[in-house]
Design a protein around this ligand. Sequence first.
Ligand SMILES: Cc1ncc(COP(=O)(O)O)c(C=O)c1O
Length: 406
Amino acid sequence: MQRFDTAKAAALELRPDEPVYCFHPSVLKADAQAFMGMFPGKTAYAVKTNGEPMVLKTLAEIGVNCFDVASPGEIRAVRELAPKAEMLYMHPIKAQSDIRLALEQYGIRVTVVDHEDEVTKVVRVVRALDIDPGQITIYVRIQTKGHAAYELSKKFGAGPAQGVELLQRLHRSGFKVGICFHVGSQIEDPDTYDRALKSADWVRNRAGVPLVGLDVGGGFPAEYGHDPNRKVPDMPSIGQLMSRLRSDIEEWGFGDTPLVAEPGRVIVARAFSLIVRVLLRKGRRLYINDGIWASLSDSWTGKITLPAKFIPDPAIRQRNGDAANIVPFKVCGATCDSVDILSRPFWLPETVDTGDWIEIGHIGAYSLSLRTRFNGFYPDRFVEVMTPFDDGERPHGYASLETMAD
Ligand SMILES: Cc1ncc(COP(=O)(O)O)c(C=O)c1O
């Protein structure tokens, strides 16, 4: 992979017309190590967030030895790039053939359910393979309430009474059991984990079975950009959140239960930035070479404040306006689809023009993993960039949370 000191140096040397992902391995290592240093349990990186080989390899090199996987594709990727790592198969709803593959071919022994029919599938496979259920840990995923950019309890999780029944049934069948929850991705309320622990405590007390683990899922917010127009206060730092979580865990009596977390975003978001090119400026609209069907769907749906740096093309000799004046632009994606317009504006210097580049920071989570080949566009060019996005030049703009009229 070509290596550059900054994304700006890469843009000016390569003059790329296609999007270029800038990988910052030092940031990935630092953010993963910081999380593992703060979380008082096992860290299982959520592969769905970004399963690129360079990410899995770098994490394995620094000692991440457990991964949360959700599909045969993710299982294969982890086995290839981190062959010694443990895998937790934490998708609550799985095809029976995939459960069999996980147990039989990959030796996975930890999984999750949120419904009795999923238990039936697991039991069938375990019997067919003649595995002792005592070797298998099954987490029961319970619903939680909170505020996050993505709420996951709308889709997954057993209600409290159902959670109790599932735990008791699994215990009776000889499985080891645990409780897990997922508070949603990029939480927006510091009380979220406390509420989830309260539910877990209720379910544990009613179930009355021994627990081998509590899995607190993901949701830990990544530090994105700052929108000066935003009214609500920013979230506490990950360090503050984690110290709150540690005391909540003690308070709810889970201090002696082995803990697991499945962080994704907080580990990988800042490890990539993305150089995009302005293909055309039309008034206050910028048509760029990426969009919601490629790297920007998470920022479109997830209300994420992405920071941006302006990389002016030196070949443009004449510009209108004042570069110090930061104004909102509507950003339109590369495809022919009219949905492919970011729902929120990017604030950038008013001098941005056709041919310039923009470096979008903190794009490592749910960007590469959500790319499609729609319209034949598929960004897949990578460079390594030594200077982290947050170091060096300050961002000139950001994707705001306010909407913009046409
Ligand atoms: C089961 C599960 N675990 C972990 C994650 C990772 O969450 P995050 O990126 O918010 O840390 C997700 C994200 O959707 C998930 O569904």
